[in-house]
Design a protein around this ligand. Structure first.
Ligand code: 0O2
Length: 228
């Protein structure tokens, strides 16, 4: 992990030295345009989820979404990812090769809401599903759990329509709590391999507990619904 961080720093340093970063950030209008298209696509997806949340709350008297967060990948992260993949750092290459420049994270209370929202989003006729990864049914070895969707949505500009990719991550509050802490560990400096292994083990264990609780909470909720 230490080695990875060293490489990351080196990539960014090299990118800065070679003027790549400056070219992407300031001079290049096409890059700023591309990022603004991604921002629009992100806003489209966020609005779609807010609309679904509103409708669900009317129909089921309950809001399935706790919160929504959006983010655009920074120029530094874009350069690092493209360089790591051995791809040219150009606007065209970023658009055709990356699917997570725009990200929308949807946090729900219950697992069932994750799947209902995903189904509703994918079912909309202007949303094209490109890829789906179910890390809830098949968690990563680290213990990471979330449902990931890569979708393509149209954005309508002054004189054109463009199709843009957005990465959607849906997870429960508990899964999000876990992922935030695990993310902190991933970027921690000066940590010995023994402590790292120990903390990774603890996190994996917590992930299993969290998953069991998510399922129990869902069952309790289902039983309460049946009572009505
Ligand atoms: P950030 O800052 O969140 O954007 P790729 O998407 O091409 O990098 P892959 O394997 O196809 O690679 O994507 P994957 O693993 O399906 O999803 C990548 C994103 O999911 C990550 O983005 C994280 O946000 C999240 N993620 C995946 N695995 C883990 C994990 O083990 N722990 C945590 N905390 N998050 C994870 P980035 O780009 O790494 O970061």
């Amino acid at each position: 992990m230490k080695l990875l961080r060293h490489f990351e720093k080196q990539h960014i340093k090299r990118a800065v030295e070679s003027g790549l970063l400056a070219k992407l950030q300031k001079g290049a209008m096409p890059f700023r345009k591309l990022m603004s298209y991604y921002k629009c696509a992100m806003m489209e997806i966020e609005t779609k989820f807010r609309v679904l949340n509103e409708e669900f709350s009317l129909r089921y008297a309950q809001n399935p979404i706790e919160s929504i967060r959006t983010r655009l990948k920074s120029p530094e992260s874009l350069i690092m990812k493209m360089t790591n993949l051995g791809l040219p750092v150009t606007v065209e290459s970023i658009e055709s090769n990356l699917h997570d420049v725009a990200g929308v994270r949807v946090i729900c209370s219950f697992i069932q809401d994750i799947y209902s929202l995903a189904e509703c989003l994918i079912g909309q006729d202007d949303v094209e599903l490109i890829e789906q990864k179910d890390y809830i049914k098949n968690p990563k070895p680290s213990g990471y759990r979330s449902l990931h969707l890569i979708v393509r949505v149209p954005i309508f500009l002054e004189n054109e329509k463009r199709l843009m990719k957005v990465e959607v991550q849906l997870r429960t509050i508990a899964m999000d709590f876990w992922a935030s802490l695990e993310h902190k560990l991933r970027y921690k400096k000066n940590i010995s391999p023994e402590i790292l292994r120990e903390l990774e083990g603890e996190l994996e264990d917590c992930s299993n507990h969290i998953s069991a609780i998510d399922f129990r909470m869902q069952e309790i909720k289902n039983r309460i619904s049946e009572l009505k």
